[in-house]
Each structure stands twice: as structure tokens, then as C-alpha cells.
Write a protein that binds this ligand. Sequence first.
Ligand SMILES: [Zn+2]
Length: 245
Amino acid sequence: MINKSIFSIHHKSLPKWQCARCNNGILNYIEELAISSETLESSVISENLHEPYWEVYFSYLLKCNHCKDKTTVAGTIYHYYVDGTNYEVLNSTYTIKYVDPSPRIIKYNSIAPDDVEKLLKLSFNLYWIDLHSCANKLRQIIEFILTDKKVKYATGLKNWIDNIESEHFYEYENVKLLMGSIKDIGNSASHSQNNEIMHEDILKSYAVLDHILEKSYVSNNDSIIAAAKELTEKYNKKKERKSAP
Ligand SMILES: [Zn+2]
């Protein structure tokens, strides 16, 4: 399952992401590798309101505690006093706008072709920057899988998905349904920039895509089913012969 809170855009403190380079360590904040500065707008507001108002740009290099490599994260932090505490309790909200390399939203699927992996990595970066482009990348992954599985091409992704048959995927009717949902959010992203796409919906799409990738490249169900058929054929016939008069 995808940990939704760790992929939220807003945080009270920086989340403990897993390093995308080694997929093993955790990324940690290092004070010497951090830069932050108040936004111009913030300084103007503070002056006019005669009240504290801080919004700062931040750019940090996070360090992996395993491979020691760095990851860039940037965005804004809004510092504010908690109401009723007489300017004593200060809280912060981090808004993430860029992470590179971005932490993996779904697990590494080592059997998937390299092109799927490249598109996935691009989509993880776009997740923080532009959800419409991210949804488009997910749609491209579906197109790639259809090509890779040699599903007969048809104009329009819906028609192409409709050409999926049992030879292409185990539980192929379910795969059609799953791919259809990625097509829908991808189409919405392509055709209407005004149509708001939520981070939560993209995370749901990743969960669906993870399932599609598993059915396409990891699940060895086809060979298991073939083995089961062989066993039935072999031993059922023996049974029939034995029970024959
Ligand atoms: Zn690492």
C-alpha cells in the first residue's frame, strides 16, 4: 500500500522519504546543506501588517543514511503562531515543489522493461511539479505495456484496451478495467487544464498501475495455470483409467 501521508504536498516537518538511488536508506536533513530565505511578498506583508508573517523559500540537500548520496528538495515554508498562545508557539507548514531524484511512490518492479522504469521515474518527479503531466506519463506507461504485450493497435486508447484478450494477460478482463481508469485520468489531464486533478487521485492511480505492472511483469500466474492444467490433464486421465471398468 502507498503511504499517502509521506507523499502529501504539505507537511508539518520534512517527511522521512526513502532514498530513490539505493531504495534502502532514509533521507535526512543536514543543516550545513540547507539554504532558506524569506520571500519578498512575506517581507512586504510583515511590514504592512506590523505582525509577524513568514514565508520562506527553502532548498535543501538531504543525505541518505545508507548510500550517502544526496537528494534535492525545494519549496516554501510558512511559519505561523498558533492562535491563543500569545505569539509563543510557532508552527510550520512545508510545501514541497520539487524533489530530485524523487522517492519511489510504488515499489521497484525489476522485471518491467527499462522503458517502463524510465517513465515511472519521470512520473515520480512530475508528481511534485505538475499533476497533469504526471497523469499523462501514467497513460504513456499503459500505451507502452499494450505495445510490449503486442495487443492489436486501435486508434484511441479505449479501443486499444478493448483489444486485450486472454493471451495477453492473466485475468485480462480485470486488466481492461484497471487500464481504463488510468486512461480516464490521463485523458482528463490531456484535454482540460482546468480540470483539477488531486494528488490523492494520482496516488490511487499509482496503486492501480502497481497492480497492472504486477499482472503484466511479475505475476507468474500464466506458468502456474499452465502447470495446473498439465497436472489435471495427467492425473485426471490416470484416475479415469483406473476407475474405468
Ligand atoms: Zn541511498
